[in-house]
Ligand binder design. Structure first.
Ligand code: GAP
Length: 508
């Protein structure tokens, strides 16, 4: 999918029009980068959570799930490094007054330069045909070499600058690369400054006694500080995992991409505790396992790619993102990180409590290593909406927007629609609805023409519409219309549940 702002705008307005996502506090003109989920959005979000939880916690016998508090002891964030190092380098453009992440400006420059190389290669493939040797071309073509040198220089200075906290050189790099503000088009930049992303608040009734506490910026720390509790009470044996779904908060500098980057969002995280030395094997296994999870939803593989990190966080010895092809380009959807024993060791040091595992096979204790999988719930939601949104021109010349959501995630699984609101059809429809609604989220609708009702269900991604007509009263059959093909079949009422269930199965 190409970078497609128009499509992105259409998805955003569709999300609002059909009750998926609303701007928070809209009647007060909104709150920046905070969103509410509407009646269909809440269902879709819950379905994603349930699917993740089932595949991680139920499917893996050695993974358990917890639900830890958002507020935690403030020292936890000192130990984890967030108080000192959870910063983004920011820079303002003095003319547009817009704020940017300095590293993102440079990374966008790098991505554009990589695109230029890809275009040169594409042209050469066309020119030389079968005789083309890409490796040799990349190693010798002067223009490609010039672009590559620019990329290497930008990367070296950016990552070096971040490592050494040399913010002056990052500003100089932005100037040297002649990066302009996309809004004002000017190069009138402020200095680069570090900006801590954690929200803080006060706990305690009297201000002098009050402690500064933080809204958690990741759910992972709630897992680390409960490692001993879960290990002991669950009698867990390494390797084992602890999973959790919950809210996280970050005061993001750049938050202009709908629910892609929010200040309040949800994460689905799992920390997998392993024997030191085996972490890279588990890291590879979890990379594959998580990619398979995405693919099991039936979305084609071309929408996903790995992005292995060149610059590792101070606590990691390997890291990779699963990126999704959003309308705004390939972007991070999930991170898989080999976090070593950094977090548990830090909590051991700061809390003064021993945090080790006694390995009966080795007959010794050690601080386990950790492989983490961390996926954004809201980003998964956006990925599903982006993939699903489809405009179709039909044979009769009319158009429809259909959300081709994976059926297991669709907010409504079936709609029961009496053809007309008389002659006993509504009563029959209600009877069917009453049976189905215990197993599936269903909607009953009798207002408007059947065509309009089909369009409304297409627009929220309902896999099946069940129409009750006069024949239903005679022989107990209904028509069942499938969302994507729009094909209708006449079936016995007793078969409806099986057909829906069959469609909800996922391929593992
Ligand atoms: N515990 C590791 C961790 O938090 P991360 O890469 O900072 O790692 C993990 O975040 C995932 O959380 C990301 O891949 C993304 O899907 C989601 N995420 C992070 N920041 C977000 C934001 N501001 N808005 C929405 N989702 C976000």
């Amino acid at each position: 999918m190409a970078n497609n702002e128009d499509l992105f705008k259409k998805i955003i307005s569709h999300a609002k029009e059909y009750g998926f996502v609303f701007q928070s506090s809209e009647i007060y003109d909104g709150l920046s980068a905070v969103y509410d989920y509407g009646q269909n959005g809440a269902e879709l979000k819950n379905n994603i959570k349930e699917y993740w939880w089932k595949s991680m916690v139920r499917y893996h016998e050695n993974i358990v799930g917890i639900d830890s508090a958002i507020f935690m002891h403030p020292t936890i964030w000192k130990a984890s490094g967030h108080v000192d190092a959870f910063n983004d380098p920011m820079i303002d453009n003095k003319d547009s007054k817009k704020r940017y992440r300095a590293d993102v400006l440079v990374e966008e420059f790098i991505a554009k330069t990589e695109d230029k190389i890809a275009k040169e290669v594409e042209k050469a493939v066309k020119r030389f045909g079968d005789a083309f040797d890409e490796t040799q071309y990349r190693a010798t073509n002067p223009r490609v070499l010039e672009y590559q040198a620019k990329i290497d220089n930008a990367k070296g200075r950016l990552y070096g600058g971040l490592e050494k906290n040399d913010l002056a050189d990052i500003k100089k790099l932005i100037e040297d690369l002649e990066i302009v503000c996309p809004i004002s088009g000017s190069r009138n930049w402020t200095e680069v400054r570090q900006f801590n992303l954690m929200f803080s608040t006060q706990m305690g009734s009297v201000s002098e006694d009050a402690n500064t506490i933080y809204l958690r910026p990741e759910t992972a720390q709630g897992i680390f500080v409960n490692f001993l509790n879960v290990m002991k009470t669950g009698r867990m044996k390494i390797p084992f995992g602890i999973a959790q779904i919950g809210k996280a908060f970050r005061n993001e500098i750049v938050a202009r991409q709908f629910i892609f980057r929010m200040r309040e969002f949800e994460q689905m995280e799992m920390q997998f505790f392993v024997k030191p030395g085996t972490e890279l094997k588990w890291f590879e296994a979890w990379k594959q396992e998580r990619l398979n999870w995405h693919l099991s939803l039936g979305i084609p593989a071309k929408y996903y790619r790995f992005h292995d990190h060149e610059k590792l966080a101070h606590y990691a010895n390997a890291a990779s993102d699963i990126e999704f092809d959003f309308p705004i380009g390939f972007k991070e959807l999930e991170g898989i990180h080999s976090r070593t024993d950094f977090d548990l060791s830090a909590h051991q040091k700061f809390s003064g409590k021993k945090i080790t595992y006694f390995d009966p096979e080795l007959n010794e204790s050690y601080v386990p290593y950790v492989v983490e999988t961390s996926i954004g719930l809201d980003r998964t939601f956006l990925a599903m909406m982006s993939f699903a949104y489809t405009e179709e021109r039909l044979e009769d010349g009319s158009e429809r927007v259909v959300m081709k959501l994976p059926p297991i995630l669709a907010p409504v699984k079936a709609a029961v629609l009496p053809l007309v609101a008389k002659d006993g059809l509504p009563e029959k429809g209600r009877e069917i609805m009453d049976v189905l609604k215990y197993d599936f989220n269903c909607q009953y609708e009798e207002k408007d023409s059947i065509g309009k009702r089909y369009r409304r269900q297409d627009a929220i991604g309902t896999p099946y519409c069940i129409t009750v007509d006069h024949q239903t009263l005679e022989d107990g059959t209904v028509t069942i219309r499938e969302r994507d093909t729009m094909k209708q079949e006449r079936i016995d009422i007793s078969l409806i549940s099986n057909i829906i269930n069959e469609r909800l199965k996922v391929k593992r």
